[in-house]
Design a protein. Structure first.
Length: 317
């Protein structure tokens, strides 16, 4: 099934829930498997206006005002910047479609201002105690942001694939290997920390200005501006992550074991229309003992392999 068809199916099922009121918040959701999926899900929403030439979405209603801009920097790396003004308490859900195979890490630099309260943003049950913060979310980890009435939020978000990240770690360019790699191989789902560097706010304005001219993917000068600014921000994050993140709480998994379980899960997702081949055959195909396969899979996904497989088949049906 193509991405557009998958997004269309999502929209049909979820449109009735847009801005529903639940437990003190008006909720809105979008597909976050990849930047392409996010753009397609925004395009599908009737309350968004899309300016394709400037790669910008805009929305204004009684709940919030949003300006969202996006740009593909290189293969495996995208950028978005957004401005949000809140008129109500709003919960923004990042959803992941089980049947879209893309796996992107999401790195967000958040600026949240609320004159009435210092704590104005909540991410995955973790209060952001500063007006500026970073959050790094692993692929397919359901997340949400809660923003409160009368607050203003700005975001710089980078989306990068596992392959892109591996290349950066091998080259030792943007990220320090110690820090990012330990987090990626850990059981932690996301990393969140505050940053009070006043210079960060100017980065959002500089990137915003890049979108004032029409986006031309063949314009090398324009592309270089995005690339240079993005590399500078990502390099800064790498240093801050190494200096600020609490690595003592990380339980690191062995790289080969972690990758193997993800490969097995990916294999199951691609074969949901077939019969379950069994634990023994899976173990044989992926060169792992059946006992270890069952234990590691349940440790990672919280249920047995067969339970996981049946649950995904039911969703597909």
């Amino acid at each position: 099934m193509t991405l557009k068809k998958q997004i269309n199916n999502w929209f049909i099922h979820f449109k009735k829930y847009f801005f529903r009121y639940k437990q003190g918040y008006y909720e809105i959701s979008y597909i976050a498997n990849s930047p392409e999926a996010t753009v397609e899900s925004y395009r599908k929403m009737p309350f968004f206006k899309h300016n394709k030439k400037h790669q910008t979405f805009k929305m204004t209603n009684v709940f919030l005002k949003v300006i969202f801009r996006y740009f593909k920097i290189e293969e495996g790396l995208w950028l978005s910047i957004s401005d949000i003004s809140l008129f109500k308490n709003v919960k923004i859900n990042l959803l992941y479609d089980e049947f879209i195979n893309d796996r992107y890490h999401t790195l967000s630099l958040n600026f949240v201002n609320n004159n009435s309260i210092k704590i104005s943003n909540l991410v995955n049950n973790s209060w952001v105690l500063s007006n500026m913060s970073w959050i790094l979310i692993k692929p397919r980890e359901n997340a949400y942001h809660i923003n409160f009435k009368d607050s203003n939020a700005k975001y710089i978000v980078f989306y990068f694939t596992e392959e892109w990240l591996k290349n950066q770690l091998r080259q030792g360019g943007l990220f320090y290997k110690k820090g990012i790699e330990e987090f990626i191989l850990s059981s932690e789902k996301f990393a969140l920390f505050s940053d009070d560097n006043s210079q960060l706010f100017s980065w959002h304005e500089e990137l915003n200005n890049f979108f004032e001219e029409e986006i031309d993917t063949k314009n090398s000068k324009q592309h270089k501006k995005f690339l240079d600014q993005s590399k500078m921000i990502l390099s800064y994050f790498g240093k801050q992550f190494k200096a600020n993140y609490n690595f003592s709480k990380i339980e690191v998994l062995k790289p080969n074991e972690n990758q193997k379980i993800l490969e097995i899960e990916n294999y199951l997702m691609k074969n949901l229309t077939n019969h379950f081949i069994g634990i023994e055959e899976l173990a044989k195909q992926f060169y792992i003992s059946p006992t270890k396969l069952k234990a590691d899979f349940k440790s990672t996904f919280g249920v047995s392999i067969y339970q996981y497989y049946l649950a995904k088949q039911m969703i597909l049906a």
